[in-house]
Design a protein around this ligand. Structure first.
Ligand code: KG4
Ligand code: ZN
Length: 327
């Protein structure tokens, strides 16, 4: 049984995982504290993690109905992420583990997003192709073993979630932007604006979202504030369609290039309904099974860190005491 901690960005998360089963998965989002700034403020994130981490660990143990004595190991996200935020999780995990001489497991945050697919119910076994799209990263992962993945292509500039967050700011919506754009887009016409699906002509599996953001800024600049308000739903729907269009174009190309027997999604953007639907259509057309984890396992959480940890090597006490965060 593993206690896992995740504090790489603005969610303070702790979970108890036992052989793929999630016994608890507690998430305290700080989104409200960052909303007025339109994005995560690293210093504020670290301070909130410090305040929240102990109560969140207590809540995870309580919900799982276990005590620290029941644990076999403590797992923690070591990176990538915000240095101050990561350090709160790493230090807390070290203290909990060292006090009981428990082993520790360091987890890469992106491996965690992939590993959410290993959890019950219906755990997915490699090999599979995983599209990971979050606020910090966008990549296609070739997963041939449980303990890692190969990056087949990745964004050359902004992440998909970052683009959605920035678009939300242009449209005067709240943070995080992805869910806000999705909500507004439901009432809009995705063909109203012709936003570029970047990298369509480039060979390879890399992504680019910065041009798309600029296209939205230009479209918004050409409108009066009243018109911008009226057009918000159409702009949101068209922008979301361009993001989904690029993500799925590269996913299709990866499926053409490789012989992947299954497809999975990971990262906060994988909670997006239109993306899930479109990937579902693509997989159905090709007869490839698609694994979709629950939305709360797409956005940052510690259960996915526990899932990855179960596939990784444990480090015995006291070797982990000099671990640093890896940014
Ligand atoms: O994986 P995550 O929680 O944190 C990072 O590792 O970055 O991803 C957060 C990102 C944010 O950019 C947020 O706007 C986006 O995921 N997101 C969504 C949705 N829910 C969260 N994007 C599109 N549709 C959603 N429903
Ligand atoms: Zn993440």
């Amino acid at each position: 049984m593993i206690l896992a901690l995740e504090t790489s960005c603005d969610d303070t998360c702790a979970a108890v995982v036992d052989r793929g089963r999630v016994l608890s998965n507690v998430i305290s989002s700080q989104a409200a504290h960052h909303a007025e700034f339109g994005g995560v403020v690293p210093e504020i994130a670290s301070r909130h993690h410090l305040e929240l981490v102990n109560p969140i660990v207590d809540a995870a143990l309580r919900e799982a109905a276990v005590s620290l004595d029941d644990l076999d190991a403590v797992a923690v996200t070591r990176g990538p992420g915000l240095i101050g935020a990561l350090l709160v999780g790493v230090s807390t995990a070290k203290a909990l583990a060292a006090a009981r001489r428990l082993p520790m497991i360091q987890v890469d945050h992106l491996h965690g997003h992939v590993a959410a697919n290993f959890l019950e119910p219906d755990p997915l076994e490699p090999p599979f192709l995983c599209l990971v799209a979050s606020g910090g990263h966008t990549l296609l992962a070739g997963v041939t073993a449980n303990d890692g993945f190969e990056t087949l292509g990745q964004t050359l500039d902004d992440a998909a979630g970052e683009a959605l967050d920035k678009a939300a700011r242009v449209l005067g919506l709240g943070y995080p932007g992805g869910p806000e754009i999705e909500r507004l887009a439901a009432d809009g016409n995705p063909s109203a604006y012709d936003f570029p699906v970047a990298m369509a002509r480039e060979p390879g599996l890399d992504f680019s979202f910065s041009g798309l953001k600029t296209a939205l800024v230009y479209a918004a600049r050409d409108l009066t504030p009243e018109r911008l308000h009226e057009e918000r739903a159409d702009l949101a729907a068209s922008f979301q369609a361009a993001v989904v269009g690029q993500l799925t174009a590269k996913l299709k190309r990866a499926l053409d290039d490789g012989d992947w027997p299954a497809v999975a999604l990971g990262g906060g953007v994988a909670a997006n309904g239109p993306l899930r639907d479109r990937v579902g259509e693509i997989c159905a057309e090709r007869g490839v099974p698609l694994k979709l984890v629950a939305r709360q396992l797409c956005t940052d959480n510690a259960a996915m860190i526990g899932a990855a940890a179960e596939c990784l090597k444990k480090e015995a006490h006291p070797a982990y005491l000099d671990w640093d965060a890896l940014v």
